[in-house]
Design a protein around this ligand. Structure first.
Ligand code: ZN
Length: 437
């Protein structure tokens, strides 16, 4: 022990380890190759989900709460995710138009759209629950006109989220089986409500159990084919990126997306790909710029801007700074609920917009060379740099990049800070012991 304590060799090993650790956290030198083919500037992207679909029925939620159903705590926030009115969108656009990047371009929300408005309950009933019918969004709706206006004003750029935000085939199965609660909700023109004990059909792009690969492929294909066509009818162009609901999708979904030219996959640094035999979710890690089996590029969100959770702009700005330190673009996710006047707290959007304004001001003040991009634009840049940015990844390299990505995805927690402080203190004491022995 004495030998170990006073040998400079061991001290040097420990010091190098600490320096390496420090570089991993703070050093962008490891990620220089990410930037090689990206503009030499700080890139910021806003990805915003859940535009479209039916508004949430607060009256029915109250009715069921009186019957004894409890609101899911997490979903309380989700409730505020009620749809955006034309006025809400106008307020959002105005804030975005107030700001400009180093090239004079406004920040632009990559807005991920649910392209169908709601299930066609009458037709579904007539089919005796054998077929799924839906009512798509159409050009006549004022909200769709407002989305299109956002494109012209260069502050809103629609991409694809899904056709409907639930697994319609599982829902049909339950209806057909005669599940009482589901049938009762059906009569009220509802699929489900965010209450404890209500069904949730989250498996949009992940099968609950993969019994028949062919059937599942057909189901995914039906969802994607229609969605892409409706999207084209609404906006006059095809989407090139997609974000799966609840960050869950399997390889079959990726294959289908690829067939419909969805080249860029938005998501977190992990995805949920299925279930193990115990029914637990299985996850897979990804890093920015990684390619899927079908050549699609993963775009990884690394900053959270969700004021409805009670976080202010600075919470997000810290993550923006960290992403830049790591040499990554800041990909900020922010749900529509932050800007909606139709949730439980009708005064909320004012706070959401105020914080957004502050966030943009901070970014522009601290990074005057900032560039605002949309997700497909970042995808294109990464795609062009196919060879240089993405050399041959070994397993270790992938592991390392996933690790970096996970650091970038979360703000440093107290644990890491404490650990680092303890390690530094040990080093100082050790240095004194070694050199004064
Ligand atoms: Zn969603």
């Amino acid at each position: 022990m004495r030998n170990f304590l006073f040998k400079k060799r061991y001290f040097l090993v420990y010091t190098s380890f600490l320096i390496f650790y420090f570089l991993i956290i703070y050093g962008k030198i490891f990620l220089v190759f990410y930037k090689r083919n990206l503009p030499n500037a700080h890139i910021v992207i806003f990805e915003s989900d859940d535009y479209g679909g039916p508004p949430i029925n607060l009256e029915l939620i109250n009715e069921y709460e009186k019957k004894g159903y409890k609101l899911l705590p997490k979903e309380y926030k989700w409730l505020q995710n009620s749809y955006l009115t034309v006025t809400d969108l106008e307020n959002l656009y105005k804030i975005l138009e107030k700001h400009k990047d180093s090239r004079g371009r406004h920040p632009c929300f990559t807005a991920n759209i649910i392209v169908s408005y709601k299930p066609d309950f009458e037709k579904i009933k007539k089919s005796n629950f054998n077929h799924y019918y839906y009512i798509p969004h159409t050009l006549n709706e004022p909200i769709v006109k407002k989305w299109r206006e956002g494109i012209i004003r260069k502050v809103f750029y629609p991409q694809l989220h899904c056709r409907e935000h639930f697994d319609c085939y599982k829902w049909l199965k339950d209806l057909k089986k005669g599940n009482k609660l589901i049938l009762e909700l059906f009569k009220k023109n509802l699929v489900s409500l965010p209450l404890v004990g209500m069904p949730s059909y989250r498996n949009v792009f992940v099968p609950k159990t993969l019994t028949d690969k062919k059937v599942w492929t057909c189901q995914v294909e039906a969802k994607v084919k229609d969605a892409v066509e409706i999207f084209y009818n609404l906006f006059g162009y095809y989407p090139s990126s997609i974000i799966a609901p609840y960050y869950g999708w399997d390889d079959i979904s990726e294959a289908v997306w690829s067939k419909y030219n969805l080249k860029y996959i938005q998501g977190a640094n992990y995805r949920w790909i299925g279930f193990n035999t115990n029914g637990k979710k299985i996850f897979k890690k990804h890093y920015l710029g990684e390619r899927s089996k079908y050549g699609q590029i993963y775009l990884i969100r690394n900053c959270e801007f969700e004021p409805f959770k009670g976080n202010n702009y600075f919470y997000c700005f810290k993550q923006v700074k960290k992403a830049f330190l790591l040499g990554l673009p800041s990909i900020i996710y922010t749900h529509r609920g932050n800007y909606s006047s139709q949730g439980i707290d009708r005064n909320f959007p004012k706070k959401g917009l105020l914080e957004l304004d502050k966030l943009l001001t901070s970014i522009e003040k601290n990074y005057p060379d900032v560039i605002y991009l949309t997700s497909p634009e970042l995808g294109q840049l990464l795609e062009k740099s196919k060879k240089e940015v993405l050399p041959h990844y070994t397993f270790l390299k992938k592991l390392y990049l996933c690790f970096l990505q996970s650091i970038a995805a979360k703000p440093f927690n107290l644990f890491v800070k404490c650990l680092y402080s303890v390690m530094l203190s040990i080093l100082v004491v050790w240095a004194i012991l070694v050199f004064y022995n």
